[in-house]
Design a protein around this ligand. Sequence first.
Ligand code: DC
Length: 202
Amino acid sequence: MIVAIDGPAGSGKGTIASMLAEYFGFKYVDSGLLYRKVAAASIWAPSVDLQDAIYSMDFSKDVLRSEEVGARASEIAGVPQIRSLVTELSRRCAQNIGPYAGVVMDGRDIGTVVFPGATCKIYLTASPEVRAKRRLAYINRHGSGTATYEEVYENILERDSRDSSREIAPLTISDDYVVIDTSNEIPKESFSRIKKIVENIL
Ligand code: DC
């Protein structure tokens, strides 16, 4: 069973996907992290091969989660060669699930391109203002940078526009997605709604 969670930056995908994975005993795969690894390598180790960037390079969580790497990941995610490699690796991650009962994968194109046949497709969203506030809180909590609210808000809008307008695998939804707006909810509330959706399908 594959649960696909797609949505824009800051919509809460990672938090909700981890909660679902823990609750159902599923493997959690963060496809954005694969793009972030390639992005970090393109900044600090540009001569490294793509697969090595994903498998061998060791960047800290704070570096990978930074605004700089997020923006770069959104740029390189439009490159066909990088997209097909990450798509292939994401599919492979879902094949080798060992003791897990299923997979929760989050990203931008999981239910449309990576696993169009996913058992359950959720599109998580929230207003840009709320998403910018969440990102800023994350940056302040982790001490990863000194961005202002305005900068983070602009980055979010830029990333939304780039991720949804690129030619290959843009952020979009099909009829079989359930759309969940998390703007006015704490993670526990969104989790509880999505948990019920998944339970009804199981
Ligand atoms: O989910 P995230 O913010 O960590 O993703 C970083 C960037 O990677 C995002 O702006 C676009 C790209 N991405 C993508 O194009 N497709 C995915 N499935 C996941 C991420």
